[in-house]
Design a protein around this ligand. Structure first.
Ligand code: ZN
Length: 427
């Protein structure tokens, strides 16, 4: 973590200020448009034309019309980024990733384009979560750190300033701890904030009976992970062929009792009642939801849950049942968009996720931006980012685009020119 006051790009010599206004270290000046993502006058993304953002340390001091910001802060000694003709938006909050993993599944992905799963298995190509479990167990921690750092660099270049990162490719106490310690190293070694999630219940390890592993998760792994402060969330994969509703409930309740907030992967490939249980438990986020019902969406919304949807994952696995974002939004379920970056879906760009969400899932451009920023923060229980407002972390990106909608129109483009993380220019 960078302490407040360390940030900014000013010289080391403090300049004595004559003004009584708070002093800015950094001024992003005269942008064509600032997208605050704070609801204002019916605009969910709070557009302000002709605007500036002032930053002190790692926080936003002011965001508003340029003339107004000029009267609110003393920017005489601030570094200035001229944003004339540019668009400023909050950094993306990618609320669902499996960015730490060993190896790659490129051979599986390529073979599956033209062959069935059975044919690919017959070719002897390692497949699925278990293939990545084997590669991740075999990888030294340094190799996992290096691989994840490279992916995080790509995410940052595409505007992501906070990323959730799950374990779940270890499936033993030691291998899960290794993955979570990698998360801690990532937090300390590069600019993107890492929110760590324990997903020991991602699949079952091949070497021990199912019941014994569930008991181990509850009695050994969760207490150890919570005791060492290695994760903020506990997650389960609740679906046909994975964890049952009752197993998931027991694991999430044990996590919560130990201080780990609940999240769930559910109803991605079947309807087994996971979403209803998630609403009952009041999880922070329920993710995937392809098979969840309108009634489930209503219950989740009432319970204050955020739905996390991942268009790039459905695309990468050629999902037979795309999720129904319009039905979720109709029930008032707040949504977050996430990459689901993993060996089955190697996507680092939240802009691509927004583009897919708009074209394939009927998000409006405004709904997509909100879900990729403020919605992502909500899915992680964070209220200090995802919007551009005084007091929020100065996590923002500058796009070289003529209009806001170009971000979802220019498919495969990277609009990012500058990224600022906690008040520091990092791209
Ligand atoms: Zn996932």
């Amino acid at each position: 973590m960078i302490g407040r006051g360390d940030a900014g790009t000013r010289g080391a010599t403090p300049v004595k200020s004559e003004s009584s206004q708070p002093r800015a270290d950094l001024l992003i000046a005269d942008a064509a448009l600032v997208l605050t993502c704070v609801l204002a006058g019916g605009d969910p993304i709070g557009r302000i034309p002709g605007a500036s953002v002032a930053v002190a340390g790692e926080r936003i001091l002011a965001a508003g019309p340029a003339a107004q910001v000029a009267t609110q802060v003393d920017a005489t000694s601030a570094s200035v980024i001229d944003a004339t003709g540019k668009i400023v938006a909050p950094g993306f909050v990618d609320s669902h990733t499996h960015l730490v993993f060993g190896g790659s599944r490129v051979a599986e992905y390529a073979a599956r384009l033209t062959h069935s799963a059975a044919e690919v298995a017959a070719m002897g190509i390692p497949m699925g979560i278990q293939a990545t479990v084997a590669a991740t167990r075999a990888a030294p921690a340094e190799a996992l750190v290096a691989g994840a750092q490279q992916r995080l660099r790509g995410m940052l270049r595409h505007g992501t300033t906070t990323a959730e990162s799950k374990s779940g490719y270890g499936l033993t106490l030691e291998a899960e701890l290794k993955m979570l310690r990698v998360n801690r190293q990532l937090q300390d070694s590069q600019p993107v904030d890492i929110i760590s999630t324990f997903l020991g219940a991602h699949d079952f390890p091949p070497e021990i009976p199912r019941e014994r592993y569930v008991a181990q998760l509850i009695d050994e792994m969760i207490p150890r992970v919570a005791g060492e402060g290695l994760a903020e969330f506990c997650d389960v994969y609740c679906d046909d062929g994975y964890y049952t509703v009752e197993e998931s409930r027991r694991i999430l309740e044990a996590g919560r009792a130990a201080g780990l907030k609940p999240k769930i992967h559910t109803d991605a490939y079947s309807t087994i009642g996971g979403a209803a249980m998630a609403a009952e438990l009041g999880v922070v986020s329920a993710d995937h939801l392809n098979y969840a019902s309108q009634e489930d969406f209503r219950r989740l919304a009432e319970a204050g849950v955020t739905g996390v949807v991942m268009p790039a994952l459905d695309w990468a696995v050629s999902h037979s049942r795309p999720f129904d974002a319009r039905a979720m939004l109709a029930e008032g379920l707040p949504l977050a968009l996430a990459t689901d970056l993993c060996p089955a879906c190697w996507v680092e760009s939240m802009q691509l996720v927004m583009q897919l969400a708009c074209r394939m899932y009927r998000f409006s451009p405004e709904e997509a931006l909100y879900a990729a920023t403020a919605g992502g923060a909500r899915a992680l229980g964070l209220d200090d980012r995802g919007t551009l407002a005084p007091g929020q972390l100065a996590d923002l990106q500058i796009w070289d685009l003529p209009a806001f909608e170009d971000v979802i129109y220019r498919i495969g483009n990277n609009a990012v020119e500058t990224v600022i993380k906690r008040g520091k220019v990092v791209i």
